[in-house]
Design a protein around this ligand. Structure first.
Ligand code: FRU
Length: 511
């Protein structure tokens, strides 16, 4: 083991021990110590889920990337394993960037990641050069392949950038062929996804340019993932430098889900439909894996590069993963649901039905910062709601409620909210009053049609975050908030009158 890895391991053991369980969320993985970004190497291997992550143990800041490591039997309760990779070779001394994992026929786990090294350019500047590397192991200890890197600039298509060539996502086809998709920047300055194939996972050749951004969705495409889902193929990626586009995509680092048809023979993906993966404030760099029962499970980094200055001042960790989410496709729409394993963590059911909200209202026992809340809001259009009459076009309706708001993490000083206005069909998340002392983006909105005058929300709170699954998961809205945990009230309000059903559970970590 290299000195750099040994040092990282002893540091994380020593300093990680000082972080108490109550200083972390219960179900969202945080770094053992220091900084975390993207999920890496997400896989079910030898009876448990492994999740690696981009990791800089020594500070709550991005630095030369290591791979942190955790395991779980239910995707919700994670235990730390020692850091898996450190930037300790000539070809990755500037960082072991994102990548993925696959189990080999001989039982070993293979990690494929991007090695970054600094190279002096002709004009005397230092450039980051990115190549693809392998490491083999037993699930805890990994040895880097002596033939690294296995993919370098020589394989790139004409105009492909050596500086932006990263984030390999590997899978195996039924015939045994290994495939991987890698993000790259083409000569037009925007992203392209390259497809590579290999018979043994070690010797790779380029098959095709699977998809090209052509400057439509941001610039470089990071962290690609490509898989079949309910009869279509899905390309997930996280574009940098997005431009705001209507109410769909926001500026900065965003997420993109393209669905379409995959011509395996030629390695081409024909796009049919695009959508953001998440419409909240904090979600990026997704990765999926297949559960043993066939579920496609996605996890993302629940942060946004543009707002990483929003943090707890004294925390010894920074960065959270999202909840793992089960994916499906319905009428071309990506559906996301929290993994069903979370049902076993629900306790203390509290139900209120048919409650009329007019003005602000709260309910006994409806509070908490670790909670799973199912909320149905009926905006009522008088006689029509819930009857055959309700089938008429949503745009013709006159609702009894013009604006509805759900507040959480609330006390006399602070709150965050999810609200909905019928006039423009906009769902909004707002953490302006969450106690943030940083002037970063705190609100965002997305267009969300009501269904027969009804909005369905499943809201999951886990100490420092909120994830909202809208209308049975057809949209999601995720955000972190660092409000003091003592702010744990919940309230509802309506301009006009709404009728709500709410079912709330505490989420309890004890198994
Ligand atoms: C995405 C990303 C990846 C890269 C990693 C570096 O958040 O920029 O493209 O591999 O983070 O930490």
């Amino acid at each position: 083991m290299s000195e750099i890895l040994r040092e990282a391991r002893s540091y994380e053991t020593e300093v990680g021990r000082k972080i108490k369980a109550h200083e972390r969320p219960d179900f969202h993985l945080t770094p053992r110590v220091g900084w975390m970004n993207d999920p890496n190497g997400f896989i079910f291997y030898k009876g448990e889920y492994h999740l690696f992550y981009q990791y800089y143990p020594y500070k709550c800041m991005w630095g030369p990337m290591h791979w942190g490591h955790a395991v779980s039997s239910d995707l919700l309760h994670w235990s730390y394993l020692p850091a898996a990779l450190a930037p300790d070779e000539v070809y990755d001394h500037a960082g072991c960037f994102s990548g993925s994992a696959i189990a080999l026929p001989d039982g070993r786990l293979m990690l494929m990641y991007t090695g970054v090294r600094k190279e002096e350019t002709a004009d005397g500047e230092a450039a980051d050069i990115q190549t693809q590397c392998l490491a083999f192991g037993d699930g805890t200890e990994f040895v880097k392949y002596e033939g690294n890197p296995v993919l370098n600039a020589s394989v790139l298509p004409e105009g492909g950038s050596r500086k932006d060539f990263r984030d390999p996502k590997i899978w195996q086809e039924k015939d045994g062929t290994y495939c991987c998709v890698i993000g790259n920047r083409s000569s037009d300055g925007s992203g392209q996804i390259l497809l590579f194939t290999s018979a043994d996972g070690i010797v790779w050749k380029m098959k095709s340019i699977l998809a090209s951004n052509r400057n439509r969705y941001g610039k470089m495409w990071e962290c690609p993932d490509f898989f079949e889902l309910d009869g279509k193929w899905v390309l997930l990626t996280s574009p940098q430098d997005m431009l705001i586009d209507g109410n769909n995509y926001h500026s900065g680092n965003g997420t993109l889900c393209l669905t379409g048809i995959y011509d395996k023979e030629n390695g081409r993906f024909a796009e049919e439909k695009n959508q953001p993966i998440d419409s909240g404030l904090d979600f990026y760099a997704t990765q999926t894996t297949l559960a043993p029962d066939g579920r496609r499970i996605m996890i993302g980094w629940m942060q946004n590069w543009d707002s990483v200055s929003l943090r707890m001042p004294d925390a010894k960790w920074f960065g959270q993963m999202s909840l793992p989410r089960e994916l499906s496709l319905k009428d071309g729409v990506l559906i996301q649901k929290p993994v069903c394993e979370i049902d076993a963590c629900r306790t203390n059911e509290v139900i209120y039905e048919n409650e009329r909200i007019s003005g602000r209202k709260s309910f006994p026992e409806l509070n908490g910062r670790k909670a799973d809340i199912e909320l149905t809001v009926n905006f009522k259009d008088g006689e029509g709601a819930g009857t055959g009459e309700a089938q008429k076009d949503e745009s013709d309706r006159e609702y009894a409620c013009r604006r509805f708001e759900f507040r959480f993490a609330e006390d006399s000083c602070y709150y965050s909210s999810i609200s909905y206005t019928t006039e423009d069909s906009m769902l909004r998340i707002d953490r302006t009053f969450s106690g943030s002392r940083r002037d970063v983006i705190h609100h965002r909105k997305c267009r969300t049609p009501l269904q027969n005058g009804i909005l369905k929300l499943r809201i999951i709170l886990d100490l420092y975050s909120v994830e909202v699954f809208v209308n049975d998961g057809s949209q999601t809205v995720s955000a972190v908030l660092y409000t003091d945990p003592s702010a744990n009230q919940i309230s509802f309000s309506a301009d006009g009158e709404a009728v709500i059903d709410v079912r709330k559970y505490n989420l309890t970590a004890d198994e």
